[in-house]
Design a protein around this ligand. Sequence first.
Ligand SMILES: [Zn+2]
Length: 439
Amino acid sequence: MSPGILKLYKYVFCLFGLLATLPVTADGLKHEVYKLQGSETGKTVLIVGGIQGDEPGGFTAASILVTNYKITKGNVWVIPNLNFNSIVQSSRGINGDMNRKFRAINHSDPDYDAVEEVKRLIRNDQVDLVLNLHDGSGFYRKTYIDKYRNPYRWGQSIVIDQSYLEGSAFPGLEAMGKTVADKLNRRLTASDHQYNVKNTRTRAGNREMQKTLTYYAVKHKKAAFGLEASKSFATHERVFFHLNLIEEFFALAQIEYVRDFELAMPTLKHLIGSNLALSLYEKRIALHLDDVQSVIRYFPITRDGRVEFEANNPLLAVVKSKGHYKVKYGNRSIARLYPQFFDYDKSLETVSMIVDGQYQSIPIGSTVNIDRDFLVKKIDGYRVNVIGFVARKKSEDELRVSRKSMLKRFSLDKGHNVYRVEFYKDNKFSGMVLVQFRG
Ligand SMILES: [Zn+2]
């Protein structure tokens, strides 16, 4: 059993056990560390997203670093989904606030492994700078303006624990934070967008802040900043602020990069949640999520109820729920999969199809584009089921299938372009190929 399978097995197990007397543990979805390395050497920045599960601005920005940036100079280590089990449940912390566990944590705490791994990364000699991404309430302002804009709020602030940190790679924390805020503020017009540096003066006796990730870093002579985007803004707006801040820190740390999109709010609104895909059970099933139906029925799940998946985005997960499985992208629910349980047959690697008159060999778990029609070649010993195509035949092979012959309600997508072709051996499920009608 690969570690991935083990991990997901544990996860499903723990949710099955939700109503039992045992407490919910953090077994299950685990955060990932992405080490983005430039071809030119340079400083190393550690960026943490999702320490609290209900702050999508921070963890979405961190995930975009992984999926849409290429580091060309220096190193960027990203944990986009630190508190993954809380993220998929839209909870600040299903096991309490993880950002209060960095001074002391009990071995039995479900967050123990995650917290200790982050501590090890922070202590790693290579790490020069630590950024912890948050979404905060209201707007931090140096003087009291109103209920939402005052010194007690957190939104639109760069948080430091002290103004100077002797012995770190970037000792002038306050000066660095101010430089970043000033550069960013010059580009921002609305007054609520403006950033300020908030000094929590942690060492001087701020007991709450002494329990945090950034203060742990400071104690280990690592320059650290908490970056806050206001919860008053929509997620894509928060992400805009976070990425701008991160890029300003990159400039000061001489980290160089390219990104594959324009850093602007409308672009981010479109980018976030797009180009999402999953593959399940060692790539026997592909699932494109961009225009996916909110409910998918008769979805083949192994008889033990385990879901084993690979995702192209760190915020994607399949989570067991009551009577179905939820496909989650961060806090968002994308689709519900209602299972049909099968034993799996792993003997089928490719199938043959005639696509628009051309013979093609198609790997199981892939997607085929169709302009006109397709026909699945007969495979001895296997049964073919074109979901949404009605034929008076046990195995729907050697039949020409066009878009018109499909029942729309069986499509995987809302646009009625994508359909499932499933393969079985005896009563076992052998895999799926998706057919996508174009035009
Ligand atoms: Zn937070």
